[in-house]
Design a protein. Structure first.
Length: 108
């Protein structure tokens, strides 16, 4: 069974564009590499356009990653490139991300 990871990231509206540009330059290539190597089954970053916790002046993102197992998750999270990105992205966030992960039960 695969592992599904769901993360909600929150940025101030004025920081959101900078985050997206940095993500596209630094993380998207890593995602593409992991996908090509079979270490990611699926991954997406989606700007939130509505929902129960949207807040004026903030921009939320749904980050979804499906990996074959915890090993691939840990490999990505411990990579030097990701850690360098994280060091730059964390100060841009007014609060810690909300993170969930679990074994995928049903999928179509």
């Amino acid at each position: 069974m695969s592992q599904t990871n769901a993360i909600i990231l929150r940025f101030r509206q004025e920081e959101a564009q900078g985050f997206e540009e940095m993500f596209e330059l630094e993380i998207l290539p890593m995602w593409q590499e992991f996908k090509a190597q079979g270490k990611f089954l699926a991954a997406s970053l989606t700007p939130v356009e509505g929902g129960s916790e949207t807040e004026e002046g903030m921009r939320d993102y749904i980050l979804h990653v499906e990996v074959p197992s915890m090993a691939e998750h840990e490999e990505f999270d411990s990579s030097a490139r990701f850690l360098a990105f994280l060091a730059k992205a964390k100060p841009m966030q007014p609060e810690d991300p909300k993170v969930w992960l679990g074994t995928t039960r049903f999928q179509v």
